[in-house]
Ligand binder design. Structure first.
Ligand SMILES: [Ca+2]
Ligand SMILES: [Ca+2]
Length: 337
């Protein structure tokens, strides 16, 4: 097993805290970097229209190759409703990377769920055939040979970490809060969509046309399609240059200076998923339903079709789900604890 070495490094925490810069407040720098090397961008307080009310007809015109049923399964994106985010916050400029997650593991001794429960994660295997499984899953797993360390394809330290659970994300936020004396957490679903839109009301930050995604996101494109010929027709017409994960920040940022909000890795947010939540959610700083069974993830991934890489699209999994496509980005709150 590969996790035993991490416990030895528990004593290395104290020096980290002493290297911290003075905590930034509302007048502080726009970009701030923490002890693991994560850059954070200040997202201003403000209001926005959350969700989507696009008709199945409008979506069918934009995505003519998709079955109509897919357009009628989006009722959880409606109604569009006004949401106010009362306080500015720092949001990771990028997804949490493999290198940052490794430094966390080594310094904390934390065992990610895929290793702690012994069942592993999912991974890409060119010899694996989805037709051989009941779920028809695109990836092999669970399998102990797969974890955040190995999703079945090559990842540099600057790629987004995947195969991490919602609970793993919470553990990272809790550890950073403890060691740095700041308050870290996952973004709420509302904060995430507000940050993704960055002032826009369109499907994507650049507008409504799926084709424009190739400039701003790593999604299922012509580079990825040869690996999954059965879904070739749903690939973006152009190439974004990456068949699997891309180094974070490879594409243009949105108006808030955030990279890869769409594509690369899905991102866990703090909310439980509620199918009808938008109809009754508070208009100020909504936190999601009080309870539930599944946590929301947002933004799509390197393997996601353009239709599902819209700012308003919602998907979800159990808090223990680990998958080749799912990672995270964190919030660091501004102001006193
Ligand atoms: Ca791609
Ligand atoms: Ca992402």
């Amino acid at each position: 097993m590969t996790h035993g070495f991490a416990l030895i490094l528990l004593g290395a925490l104290a020096p980290l805290a002493s290297t911290l810069a003075a905590p930034p407040e509302s007048s502080g720098p726009t970009v701030w970097t923490n002890t693991l090397g994560m850059a954070f961008v200040k997202v201003p307080a403000g209001s926005f229209w959350m969700g989507s009310a696009e008709s199945p007809e409008a979506l069918a015109r934009a995505f003519p190759l998709l079955e109509r049923q897919r357009f009628t399964l989006l009722t959880d994106e409606a109604p569009v409703h006004r949401v106010r985010i009362r306080r500015a916050f720092y949001l990771g400029q990028h997804e949490v990377t493999v290198g940052q997650f490794r430094r966390f593991i080594e310094a904390s001794g934390y065992r990610p769920e895929s290793e702690a429960d012994g069942t592993g994660g999912y991974g890409y295997n060119p010899d694996y055939d989805p037709a051989t499984t009941a779920r028809g899953d695109a990836f092999e797993g669970r399998n102990p040979s797969y974890s955040w360390r190995n999703p079945g394809f090559a990842q540099g330290d600057d790629h987004p970490v995947v195969n991490v659970t919602w609970n793993d994300a919470r553990a990272l936020a809790a550890w950073l809060s403890r060691t740095e004396g700041q308050r870290y957490r996952l973004p709420t679903e509302a904060e995430w969509e507000y940050a993704c839109r960055a002032g826009t009301r369109t499907r994507y930050p650049h507008g409504d046309a799926p084709a424009g995604l190739e400039q701003e996101a790593n999604v299922f494109d012509q580079a990825a399609a040869p690996y999954w010929p059965r879904w070739q027709q749903h690939a973006l017409a152009g190439s974004d240059g990456h068949a699997f994960t891309a180094p974070v920040g490879s594409y243009a940022p949105n108006a808030f200076g955030l990279h890869d909000m769409l594509g690369n890795a899905w991102e866990w947010v703090s909310d439980w998923h509620g199918d009808r939540y938008y109809a009754r959610s508070p208009s100020t700083d909504p936190q999601g339903p009080a309870d539930g069974n599944v946590r929301v993830r947002r933004g799509g991934s390197w393997h996601t079709w353009a239709f599902y890489a819209r700012c308003s699209y919602r998907n979800w999994n159990s808090p223990t789900t680990r998958y080749t496509l799912v990672g995270m980005r964190l919030v660091r709150e501004i102001g006193p604890r």
